[in-house]
Write a protein that binds this ligand. Structure first.
Ligand code: 13P
Ligand code: SF4
Length: 332
């Protein structure tokens, strides 16, 4: 057997975590994860660091080293409330940028700078300026899944959990809503406000189809289908509930359906299944390749070296921060 550093002290320190994860993480993998988890948790204290992890992080990160977990809105909120000197964002780059915007004086680390997002890369600041010229005076609402450059051209940000409320809170007859076309359509169906969309898609959620969901329903009696609003409209039509990643978790925890299909990134089912062994999760597996760039190994390296740190161009920081802060204000 290879020497993974799985010493008796590591076994003892990490056993409670493994008890929770043993249904979703094979023991052979745990031998490699446990020593890293023990080192990360020790180093966090000496660095005065906190790890914020998105719901799509793998179970060994989500349950093993994260201090705070949640959807994009929860991570943004929590970033304003933590007093650690160092924030490690186990998620994608726009999430780390958001944390840095809200904490300009803290060190914000993203363990892999290449952890992008197909939505964030679907639109540039120049595209937003062109939209504003085309629709003068119409406010711009941007999903947080955007770059700082786009946020700096934005009136107010939103996430999948507050998009409708933010659009309606502006009290205007129409808004430019970007970059997710499907989230824009989902909001447009629920409001009188005219929505001018962009054509960005999430490369993970756009792969689901309504026919696939109907197939799962036929195969698994009594299935509760919960879908993320980044999915295409036919998928949302086939779902019992549509919500952000955290709203889906809350639904499962409050209503406790016996059998669930989470139509979203596949690590989330593992994370929720680990916490709720009595619920059966049916798992189509669409992975987000960007989220999966974050590993225990590069989290440890980030904590050891305090790199890579997120830096934001000073001329973009203030207008982008305003758009995020306005969202937090409007969605209290
Ligand atoms: P949530 O804010 O719902 O967690 O969504 C973030 C995301 O990237 C979904 O793909
Ligand atoms: Fe972006 Fe989609 Fe990955 Fe979420 S799942 S980070 S929207 S590519």
């Amino acid at each position: 057997m290879p020497d993974t550093g799985f010493a008796p002290a590591v076994r003892v320190a990490t056993q409670p975590i493994f008890e929770r994860l043993k249904r979703v993480v094979p023991e052979a993998e745990w031998l490699f994860h446990a020593p890293l988890i023990a080192r990360i948790n020790a180093l966090k204290e000496s660095r005065n660091a906190v790890i914020l992890a998105h719901n799509y992080q793998t179970p060994e990160i989500f349950h093993g080293v994260a201090d705070i977990v949640g959807d994009s809105l929860a991570l943004a909120r929590q970033a304003t409330e933590c007093d650690a000197e160092v924030i490690v964002l186990a998620g994608v780059h726009f999430m780390a940028e958001t944390a840095k915007l809200l904490n300009p004086d803290k060190t914000v680390l993203i363990p892999d700078l290449g952890a992008g997002c197909s939505l964030a890369s679907s639109i540039t600041g120049a595209d937003v300026r062109a939209l504003r010229r085309r629709y003068p005076g119409v406010p711009v609402v941007s999903y947080v899944n955007t770059s700082v450059e786009v946020k700096a051209e934005t009136d107010v940000c939103c996430t999948s959990s507050n998009a409708l409320g933010i659009v309606e809170a502006l009290g205007v007859p129409r808004v430019i809503f970007l970059p997710d076309e499907y989230l824009a359509k989902h909001v447009a169906r629920q409001t009188e406000v005219e929505i001018i969309p962009w054509h960005g898609h999430c490369e993970v959620h756009e792969r689901f189809t309504g026919a696939e969901i109907e197939g799962f329903r036929r195969g698994f009696a009594g299935l509760a289908v919960l879908a993320h609003p980044e999915c295409p409209p036919d998928v949302l039509d086939a779902a019992d509930y549509v919500g952000s990643t955290q709203q889906m978790i809350d639904y499962v925890e409050e209503r406790r359906p016996a059998r669930v299909l989470l139509v979203t990134e596949c690590s989330m089912s593992d994370n929720v299944a680990a916490a709720h062994p009595d619920i059966e999760f049916v798992r189509p597996c669409n992975l987000c390749p960007h989220m999966k760039r974050i590993t225990l190994g590069n989290i440890l390296t980030a904590l050891e070296t305090l790199r890579p740190a997120v830096e934001i161009a000073p001329e973009l920081a203030e207008p982008a921060r305003r758009a995020v802060a306005r969202m937090l204000e409007l969605s209290r």
